[in-house]
Design a binder for this molecule. Structure first.
Ligand code: FMN
Length: 200
């Protein structure tokens, strides 16, 4: 298979890391923003942006509130998908996989790296629940600021979600809509990857 240039290599996580590094100086904001898809109990999909914080040797990690809508849908299904799209590079990466929580020292470390206001914000927000007013939210922020102090611990309801992919597709724009697509696929995380070139 003629998988050369930007598609080359035997580690899809390394390819994803290298594409993101290329996009970072070109995108005006949040080159690591992903559109994260989950599915509810009826099979109705749901999608929203989150920030991809880690491309690990074998997984993709973002952070969120576990009691949010996405948190609950992920908990129930154990699955998620996302797409990264860079307009600057005219490329996308699609990922589908199995989810697990990252709520150990790695999550503590990431939480601690955030600004104090963001750390307190995570405590104050009952993400995805109805909110009566902005004032009510600010009152909640004031309350947690008074009660949690300047070194708040990571809330147990907030942490990382790791997506262990079963499928990763790398897509790059080609002339006349004849794009290049390579799909890496496996049926379990223990298996090796099957790589195929796909029609555009
Ligand atoms: C660029 C961008 C980045 C975002 N990053 C995050 C994030 O990392 N984590 C998060 O929980 N929400 C993030 N959000 C907010 C989510 O899109 C969403 O509004 C929120 O998580 C609630 O989603 P849910 O009700 O489906 O759970 C981000 C939004 C945008 C536009």
């Amino acid at each position: 298979m003629d998988r050369s240039g930007i598609f080359a290599g035997d580690d899809p996580f390394a390819i994803a890391r290298s594409w993101l590094a290329e996009a970072e100086p070109l995108e005006p904001n949040d080159a690591n923003a992903i559109a994260l898809a989950t599915v509810d109990g009826t099979g109705l999909p749901n999608v929203r942006m989150v920030l991809l914080k880690d491309i690990e040797p074998a997984g993709f990690v973002f952070y969120t509130n576990y009691t949010s809508r996405k948190g609950q849908e992920i908990e129930a299904s154990g699955k998620a998908a996302f797409v990264l799209h860079w307009k600057s590079l005219r490329r996308q990466i699609r990922v589908r996989g199995l989810t697990s929580r990252e709520e150990g020292p790695q999550a503590d470390e990431y939480y601690a790296s955030r600004s104090l206001k963001s750390r307190l914000g995570a405590w104050a927000s009952r993400q995805s629940q109805p909110l009566s007013s902005r004032t009510a939210l600010m009152a909640e922020v004031a309350k947690v600021t008074a009660s949690k102090g300047t070194n708040p611990p990571r809330p147990a309801f907030w942490g990382g979600v790791r997506i262990t992919p079963l499928e990763i597709e790398f897509w790059a724009d080609g002339a006349f809509r004849l794009h290049d697509r390579f799909r890496w696929e496996r049926s379990t995380p223990e298996e090796g990857w099957k790589i195929e070139r796909l029609n555009p």
